[in-house]
Design a protein around this ligand. Sequence first.
Ligand code: C2E
Ligand code: MG
Ligand code: MG
Length: 974
Amino acid sequence: MIGLYRAFLASRVARRVFALFVASALVPLGLMALLSMTYVRDTLIEQGQQRLAGNAKAYGTAVFGRLLDAADRIQHEGAWGAAPTGEGYSPQLFRSITFVPTSVRSIRLPGRASDIVLTGEEHASLDLGRPLLRLEASSDTDPAMALIVPLGPSESRRWAVAEIKGDYLWGDRTWWPLGVEFCVADETSRLPIYCPGVWPRDAVRRSAGEATRWAAESIAWNDAGTPMRSALWPQLLKAEFGAGDWLVVATQPEADLLKPAAAFRSMFVPAAAFALLVVIWLSLRLIRSTLAPLESLTQATRRVIAHDFDSRVETTRDDEFGELARAFNSMTGRIGQQFKTLNTMAEIDRAILSSRDVEHVVPTVLRHMCALIPANAVGVMLLDHDNRLLARASVVRPARPDDVTTVRGAITGDDYRKLRSATAGEWITAASQYPKLVKTVLAGDVGAAYAYPILWRETLCGVVAFGFAEAIPFTTEEQTQVQEAAARLGVAISSAWRDAQLYKQAHYDALTGLPNRLLLVDRLSQEIARCQRESTRCALLFIDLDHFKRVNDTQGHSSGDAVLVETARRLAQCVRAADTIARLGGDEFTITFTQLSNAGEVHRGVKEVLAALSQPFDIDGQQTYLGASIGIAVFPEDGKTAADLLKSADTAMYRAKASGRGQAMFFEERMNHEVRERVLLERELHAALDNDEFTLCYQPQMDLRTGRIVGAEALLRWRHPTRGLVSPSRFVPVAEESGLIEHIGRWVIRDVCRQSRAFQARGIALERLSANVSVRQLYKPDFAQHVQASMREFDIVPASLELEVTESLIADRVVEVRGALDELKALGVSIALDDFGTGFASLAYLMEFPVDVVKIDRTFVSGLPAGEHSLAIITAMIAMSHALGKKVVAEGVETDIQLTLLRNLGCDYVQGHLLSKPIPAEEFEQFMLVAGHRREVRATDDPMPSVLQPAADAGNVLRPFGRDIPDRRKWHRG
Ligand code: C2E
Ligand code: MG
Ligand code: MG
């Protein structure tokens, strides 16, 4: 059974079809059974009923016939002279027979207790010669049936009174039809006359009296739960026997009538069962022939879902199933191939995504391609990212997938152009015009290869080639596979290129190609880690070009760029392969000296760098000297991390700049202290302005021609609550860097104007007062407005205000300074070029800037009289300035000799300790009073300036008030 189930009904569809078949067989069978049973039953009932009716009728007729026969016999035998006592009269018919005269009114039957009283009507009928049947009911015995027959002619008539035997009249029961019971009832009273079996009271009572002479009435009734059938037949007696009619009832159990149905049933059930079996057998056969292939298709589909594309369905049938199986097999094959392709492509994608390194990706991709197309060899030629005419070709053979051979080489420009414009693949052989590198795939059993260019967004990345023994046309599917593989390789290569580019952009300086800060920090960190491991040292050089901004501003950015590129080139020549040069930005470079065995190596390296950068740079055909300042930090002494080393080297470089540029300095802890100091100073400077801690001192300037004090320079002083008087050379550079100088500078201008007005009010006659201006102030667009507003506020004539701008600083942003100076000039104020000679001392500046006065820097004056160069330089400066119509002020004049020499050289004004140190305004007033007192003295007349004496006096008076501050340091960078 289980075997049957498994063989036929394992599938759900099979079970459903089977159920359908069985149902479709069972329903008509059942219906037919029901209908036939009903029909058969009805028919049997009807037939039985008719039979019963016939039986009732036949029985009634038989009883009637026997009555007739009895009457006939009596008459006949009486006529033939039978004994009048009745003896001899058919004893089997009659119980008794007697003869009575016609005159009697009542007759008693022998053996009966009661008399039969005749009615007048009965009498009359007898008189007419007709027999009379009288039924005399008896309570204890059967009713007596008396047949009174008139005998003889009317004149000698007598009546033969015979009691008919019941056995005779009702007949022998053994002759009755099987199962049928007869009863006779009086039609009028409906009481039984004769009923040997069950009295069908219900049937008799329910009879509607429909029975006629021709048809019996049929009635179904129930005898104590047993269904019964009866037929009622009216037996007429009136006409023949002058008696009431009878009702003959034939009764039979319904089951008897239906007996033939049982036979029908016993035949029908096996027949139906047989039909059902046939249906089941047919349906199972159909299921097997229909669903078995479906089942195997389903199983095959499941296997396909489980990625088993090699299993095939049987295709022996020649019907639709066979066709379906063949189509399925071909489809599975194709899907299998596509799946394999997709899998391979996915593997290629994964390989591409998992690694950014093309060198690593290519062998993996090649191996997967071998699985994709059954080629004898697969090769790929990849172009170089930086130089598209350089390439490398890798070849792999499916037989040895781990053995990837790679060669490097070049392709020609023509090759590149040809491949670049190719839109489809082509078959190549050794004789083809194709890059040699691609042809490396043509070796051993590979006679021809299908080469397909790898293009990504119209950029040629390389060529992929599938090698075969000979050229065989590719199917469209194979071509698509090659295309897709090439597209993927294109993506991989282009993304690797892009990564390389991004990495380069992020880690290298675009201009010089040197590592940038990011990469430097990375490499420096690695180097530090190595030094820690190996307990060695490394040094970081922080190199900043001197005067680079000047190049940028005067000769343009392209010249600046050329200087930077040249700097990088020169630095590269100073280092070993292991050392790293980096550009941090602007003109800042670093060199990491690695694996240092002794300090001498750093010294040598630094010397080389300084020498290399002190060589002139050829800028637009002009030889320009720049030089560089270098800060050196050594691991582990000057910093344990890359950031610390950078900071230390930067600080040292800053110090080297401040100490006069063109030199190198090792980092010292002291420098850190200075840096901290600067930070503190900056914080305090903010408060100083609010707390009104600034004041101005004035240093007089004397006209060498007249010996008169004609002007004064306002010099800023900071009265610090704890530090005391702080020199501007300490705080001005800090203020300039932090931007505070703009606010301080505005205050200076305004205070100089205020003081100028105050001096005038006190009758101190000065041609001008000069104020120092930071270049940073000049960059402010509203600077000129502020100067004008201050002059207006204190009603100062513009010519009495002079603004000093340091020469070395204006070079940094020539254009802006120029514009600002023009604006100031337009206001009418005079401009002095301060510290002339410390910068370029360029004739160009003198010509270009609207400068009225040139202030020769103190360093040149201090060289007088001994320094030959100083004399020559000052002579040249004075001549140059005068040639351009500028006045000259010599700063820092401390001795009479200097004064005399300067006067002889034609210098216009002097300023210096010889006259007075910078002094507060009140002291300056005093000084002027004294100087004014001496105004008549003609300094110019004496070979030795007679002014010196009174000036010395004045100086004596003033000296206790004078406070001088050591030389200012140049902290400015660039
Ligand atoms: P500077 O403008 O060149 O000022 C001249 C400096 O030389 C002053 O130094 C002055 O005291 C000093 N000096 C004058 N005569 C002699 C001399 O005979 N011998 C010596 N050894 N020194 C002499 P100071 O006052 O310390 O100022 C230093 C620098 O600070 C100034 O140089 C100027 O560049 C700057 N500075 C001063 N005040 C201001 C200001 O209000 N604003 C700006 N932006 N800078 C200022
Ligand atoms: Mg000055
Ligand atoms: Mg100066």
